[in-house]
Design a binder for this molecule. Structure first.
Ligand SMILES: *[C@@H]1O[C@H](CO)[C@@H](O)[C@H](O)[C@H]1NC(C)=O
Ligand SMILES: *[C@@H]1O[C@H](CO)[C@@H](O)[C@H](O)[C@H]1NC(C)=O
Ligand SMILES: *[C@@H]1O[C@H](CO)[C@@H](O)[C@H](O)[C@H]1NC(C)=O
Ligand SMILES: *[C@@H]1O[C@H](CO)[C@@H](O)[C@H](O)[C@H]1NC(C)=O
Ligand SMILES: *[C@@H]1O[C@H](CO)[C@@H](O)[C@H](O)[C@H]1NC(C)=O
Ligand SMILES: *[C@@H]1O[C@H](CO)[C@@H](O)[C@H](O)[C@H]1NC(C)=O
Ligand SMILES: CC(=O)N[C@H]1CO[C@H](CO)[C@@H](O)[C@@H]1O
Length: 722
């Protein structure tokens, strides 16, 4: 339990404290040690009449419970007198709760100027007068807490309350500036928006609802906002029914209405762009007027440079946290069975991290949710069943935060005419909203069926190219089956295109059944590459490029074939069932390759055994020092077993300084070494002496045993690299 919040030694003024909310505030403050000035003019709620009775009753109630209170009967327009009562009686002032108000409804047509003035005087001017009287004391003592009372009528409007709602929103403006002026002096001003029961609501609401609109459920919120431990400042807090929430003004990202600084804006420009002006999907809040002007400076800069202004019109704002990070990992087949995946699946795991391809999912989302494709091809009807994800590039610029608000900005780079179809190339950059840091940059190529033939260019200088893998057999292969529900799971990352879920839509697009998202297969292969060549370290990932060649059906098995070429890992993803390549021309660039022994990998196919990585490394060393290898001048076949069953074969062809998976390409091996996968690792790491292994029967050798002696030196030099 936290310590009880107290107000001992503090002096609190509550205006309009004779009844309702004000009374509840006064009683609560006093019960926690505050000395309270109970102000009430004693008029009824329409502001008529005056009597000392209500303030006196509250003071008496406080005193009877052992609290300290004094009554004050002045109008809030004489705020100085109220504060004077506090100073003269208790010697100081710490908190002003501006609560006094009156309500008189009449429609705008019938309202008189005097009625307007009365309302504005009591609510807005009265709050100002009372607060201003306390302000010099606050400045001097470098401490103060102010509450201004607004209303839902002010924030949202209410029929028949023009004078009231304008005064109530005026209080928000007053608080905004007081918060700034007082901040450095530890004077915090906040607005409370209470919904409490009154005789007015009594007749309108069901009794059990009305009963819950108790002032006692609101008072603790005001109490906390005024406490010395609370540093809330300049906030609007709505509260009712034992609930409270903060309220903001937000603004859409808007739309630039002209092309450049010398262009003018016509009313038709405004009309044409109106839907973008009012599109709130990426609305945001500005913390200060400086942030708003800052954005205007940016706009001027943009217009200076731009020949056309649609550069950053398309923006997708998202915020994510560990749940989204984990959902993405699950969507692309991460599993607790693969130890290097745990860090993507468990927020408390050591090194909990975002899979580096996470922001890729924003690319199709942004293209589908904004009108960017329509802007690119204004004369084409954009139909989701005629859109294919052609290629994708993504580069990571910073370690990705596991929780952030990010903004992805989309920009059309090129539109290509491919005859039957058109290709739209769109750049998408994702920024961390908190510090404007660029986190990643990407490029999505979208193929639009039937949109070609406009005599456009066929190739683009902007496009990042795919690269075909080397001609040799893959160095390493990882196999993993997708789940029949893979698309159903993956779509929760935000790509809700029905093509992946709805059999009718899939049929319209010409598929037997809903197909898996290309980006889902991409995620599978990315994990396979990372676990093979980066020891599962996501921070070694730099960039990925792929072409989506053919669709995958959920439930099919993906085989990622990999070829290492320095820090570039070429890969091709194929369907095991049909041997059809689905991702081609693909590569992942790593910052560094780590082929340290990958841990047991139960979700990979039998072709991928732990010692594969060792042979890959030996192969690289042999390539680097071919002369040393050739000195051995022999061909060895390694027969790797798991539980006594052969799982893979590797040939060390040292005559030709070449290491590859499988049997010798020609002729027979000089010696065949049969060894368990785990023992091979022990031997390679120097933890198991090969002679000892041989004598214990862990290493079986057929053929020329003497030649294997020469292998020792080769292994010795490699040990350091493993
Ligand atoms: C304005 O205030 C007067 C009281 O001064 C009240 O009678 C009337 O209902 C209010 N009108 C509106 C439109 O809020
Ligand atoms: C008080 O509010 C102002 C305006 O919103 C802000 O500039 C200032 O940082 C706030 N101070 C604190 C301590 O929150
Ligand atoms: C505009 O041009 C200036 C100078 O050429 C450059 O520094 C600035 O980054 C450009 N701004 C944008 C938004 O492209
Ligand atoms: C500015 O935009 C107008 C059209 O709005 C265009 O005619 C003009 O060429 C542009 N000027 C420059 C310098 O790009
Ligand atoms: C802006 O949009 C037009 C089509 O509306 C397109 O032709 C042009 O290339 C775009 N310019 C940029 C910089 O994105
Ligand atoms: C590989 O090892 C298995 C199990 O010991 C054995 O049956 C098989 O013949 C061996 N293969 C070769 C080429 O020696
Ligand atoms: C983003 C957008 O739709 N901008 C349009 C705003 O209006 C001008 C002039 O009518 C167009 O040229 C822009 O394309």
């Amino acid at each position: 339990m936290p310590e009880q919040l107290r107000y001992d030694g503090r002096v609190v003024v509550v205006t309009g404290a004779g009844a309702g909310l004000g009374r509840a505030y006064a009683l609560l403050f006093a019960s926690r040690g505050a000395s309270v000035v109970v102000n009430d003019l004693g008029s009824n709620r329409h502001g008529d009449g005056s009597s000392t009775a209500s303030a006196d009753a509250v003071v008496q109630e406080i005193r009877q419970s052992g609290g300290k209170a004094i009554a004050n009967y002045d109008s809030v327009l004489d705020g100085a007198k109220i504060i004077k009562t506090a100073i003269e009686t208790f010697g100081r002032i710490d908190v002003v709760v501006n609560n006094a108000g009156i309500l008189r409804d009449v429609s705008f047509m019938k309202m008189t100027e005097a009625q307007w003035d009365t309302i504005h005087n009591v609510h807005l001017k009265g709050s100002m007068k009372t607060t201003q009287a306390a302000w010099p004391y606050f400045i001097k003592q470098k401490y103060g807490r102010i509450i201004l009372t607004s209303s839902n009528s002010g924030l949202y409007g209410n029929f028949g309350q023009t004078n009231y709602s304008s005064a109530k929103l005026g209080l928000v403006g007053l608080a905004n500036t007081l918060a700034i002026e007082g901040a450095k002096k530890n004077i915090y001003t906040n607005v409370i928006v209470p919904t409490a029961g009154s005789r007015l609501t009594e007749d309108l609401l069901p009794p059990d609802f009305h009963d819950q609109l108790k002032p006692e459920l609101i008072a603790p919120v005001v109490f906390w906002l005024c406490h010395e431990n609370c540093i809330e400042n300049g906030s609007i807090i709505e509260t009712a029914l034992g609930w409270a929430g903060k309220c903001h003004l937000v603004r859409s990202s808007g739309c630039v209405l002209r092309q450049n600084l010398s262009a003018s804006v016509t009313p038709e420009n405004v009309q044409e762009n109106w839907s973008k002006v009012i599109d709130m999907t990426s609305a945001k809040r500005f913390d200060s007027i400086q942030d708003v002007t800052g954005e205007f400076f940016g706009l001027i800069e943009n217009l200076k440079n731009e020949t056309s202004s649609n550069k950053t019109d398309h923006v997708l704002r998202s915020n994510y946290n560990y749940r989204d990070v984990i959902l993405y990992a699950l969507g692309v087949g991460a599993t607790v069975q693969e130890p290097s995946n745990i860090r993507y699946l468990y927020e408390n795991a050591d090194g909990f991290a975002v899979l580096p391809t996470f922001y890729i999912s924003y690319a199709p989302m942004g293209c589908m949710s904004s009108s960017i494709l329509q802007d690119a091809l204004p004369n084409t009807q954009i139909d989701p069943t005629r859109i294919l994800h052609g290629e994708q590039y993504l580069e990571v610029c910073k370690q990705l935060p596991t929780e952030a608000t990010v903004e992805t900005r989309f920009k059309i780079q090129d539109i290509l005419d491919k005859g039957k179809g058109a290709v739209v190339i769109i750049q998408h950059d994702t920024y961390n909203v908190a510090n404007e840091e660029k986190l990643s940059t990407g490029q999505i190529s979208i193929y639009i069926i039937g949109a070609g033939g406009f005599q456009g260019k066929r190739t683009s200088t902007h496009a990042t190219s795919t690269v075909d893998p080397p001609g040799r057999k893959p160095d390493v292969t990882v196999i993993q089956q997708t789940n029949v529900d893979q698309a159903a799971l993956y779509r929760l990352n935000g790509d809700y295109n029905p093509l992946h879920m709805d059999a009718n839509v899939a049929a319209m697009a010409g598929f037997k059944r809903p197909i898996l998202h290309g980006l889902c297969s991409l995620g599978f292969s990315t994990r396979h590459v990372l676990q093979t060549y980066a020891a599962g370290d996501p921070y070694l990932f730099k960039a990925i490029k792929v072409r989506f060649a053919k669709p995958v059906l959920p439930g099919q098995t993906l085989r990622t074939d990999m070829w290492r070429n320095g820090n570039r890992i070429h890969f091709q993803t194929s369907l095991v069932e049909t041997n059809i390549p689905v991702i081609t021309g693909a590569y992942i660039d790593l910052l560094d390759v780590k082929t340290e022994i990958p841990r047991a990998n139960p979700c990979s196919g039998k072709e991928n055994v732990q010692s594969d990585a060792i042979f890959t490394t030996i192969g690289e060393q042999v390539k680097l020092n071919p002369d040393q290898a050739k000195k051995v001048n022999a061909v060895f076949l390694y027969n790797i077993t798991v539980g006594g069953k052969p799982v893979s074969e590797w040939t060390l062809d040292l005559k030709n300084a070449e290491v590859h998976k499988g049997k010798p390409k020609s002729g027979k091996a000089d010696a065949t070494l049969t060894v368990e996968d785990t023992d091979m690792i022990e031997i390679a790491l120097g933890k198991l002496n090969p002679q000892l292994a041989f004598m214990r029967g862990k290493l079986k050798i057929t053929g020329n045993i003497m030649l294997t002696q020469k292998l020792k030196t080769l292994m010795e030099t490699n040990k350091a690299k493993l």
